[in-house]
Design a protein around this ligand. Structure first.
Ligand code: NAP
Length: 287
């Protein structure tokens, strides 16, 4: 293996230390930071995610208040809870764990979160602010990818970046953020209809993959020396956690690469905590 490993755990620790300092400064000024978490139903993966987010919050001094709703709850009940948390001055951030169980509408529920408390950055207002180059609460996984690049001083200005995947959660906002003024990458978005994917991805100085297909990206997709960010999280039949990139194969040719686990995953939670303290600071400043 010749590639440098871009360690998301290390970068997440740096972000969480910054957050802890900012939370402590607010506490000294008499303002505790509170995150409301909402889990609907009993999906084990979702429950694990919420638990780990609450654990991280506690580590950095953010209080979390958990709301567990039964899977049989109605859309109106979910919306009612979100509205009451949105207008509660004691709550700075609201985390609605997605996906909601069958029959409930993720998008409609997300739209009820007040944009200033939308710490996942998925409300249409916050997604729209990216288009306007005025993003404040950006989605956590895309901003986590940017922070990894920044931490390891990967040159982004003018770089050719290919983002594989165009979901509203990862690929699309990340592509827009990369192309904003100040970051200034030249961005190509690839997806399931892209023709000759390896030819497209081989043009990348920086290749970001957010597809959800175990190890689909091999060395034939990667220009020697390129930086590869693997967002994917997939479980193989044998229970192993792997990314969308075949790590062993690609690490032979890439200049740098994020591992799975331990790459983008820890960054997503860290950036959620960062958004929570930003939301609290903005509220206190009256922004
Ligand atoms: P998604 O909503 O399913 O979107 C997948 C995207 O990949 C779509 O745009 C799809 O194209 C594209 N795609 C599918 N097959 C393809 C192919 N053969 N070639 C090229 N593009 C293809 O998934 P997501 O929510 O963005 O998540 C992607 C992955 O990231 C998943 O493994 C997920 O678990 C992981 N994830 C990780 C984190 C983290 O914290 N690390 C956070 C979020 C997600 P079309 O639009 O044409 O269908």
């Amino acid at each position: 293996m010749s590639a440098t490993v871009l360690d998301g755990k290390v970068v997440a620790r740096v972000v969480l230390d910054e957050v802890r300092t900012r939370v402590a400064a607010l506490a000294e000024a008499g303002e505790g930071v509170t995150l409301a978490t909402i889990l609907v139903g009993d999906d084990p993966a979702s429950a694990t995610y919420v638990r780990s987010k609450r654990r991280r919050a506690a580590e950095v001094g953010i209080r979390s208040v958990h709301h567990a709703l039964d899977a049989g709850v109605t859309q109106e009940e979910v919306v009612g809870l979100i509205r009451s948390l949105s207008s509660d001055p004691g709550i700075h951030g609201i985390l609605l764990q997605l996906p909601l169980p069958g029959g409930l509408d993720d998008q409609a529920a997300t739209q009820q979160i007040h944009p200033s408390k939308d710490v996942d950055g998925l409300h249409p207002t916050n997604l729209g602010m990216i288009v306007l180059d005025r993003s404040v609460l950006a989605p956590c996984t895309p901003s986590g990818c940017l922070r990894i690049l920044d931490h390891y001083r990967v040159p982004v200005r003018g770089a050719n970046v290919v983002v594989v995947g165009r979901s509203f959660l990862v690929g699309r906002p990340l592509a827009l953020l990369l192309a904003t003024r100040g970051i200034d990458a030249t961005v190509t978005i690839a997806h399931s209809r892209t023709r000759a994917l390896p030819e497209v991805t081989r043009r990348a100085d920086i290749l970001v993959v957010a597809v959800g297909r175990a190890e689909m990206i091999s060395s034939e997709h990667v220009r020697p020396g390129a930086v590869v960010i693997d967002v994917g999280i997939n479980r193989t039949d044998s229970g192993r956690l792997v990314g969308d990139v075949d790590f062993e194969d690609v690490a032979r040719v890439a200049g740098a690469i994020t591992p799975v686990p331990g790459g983008v995953g820890p960054m997503t939670v860290a950036m959620l905590m960062r958004n929570t303290v930003i939301a609290a600071e903005n509220r206190i400043r009256g922004a």
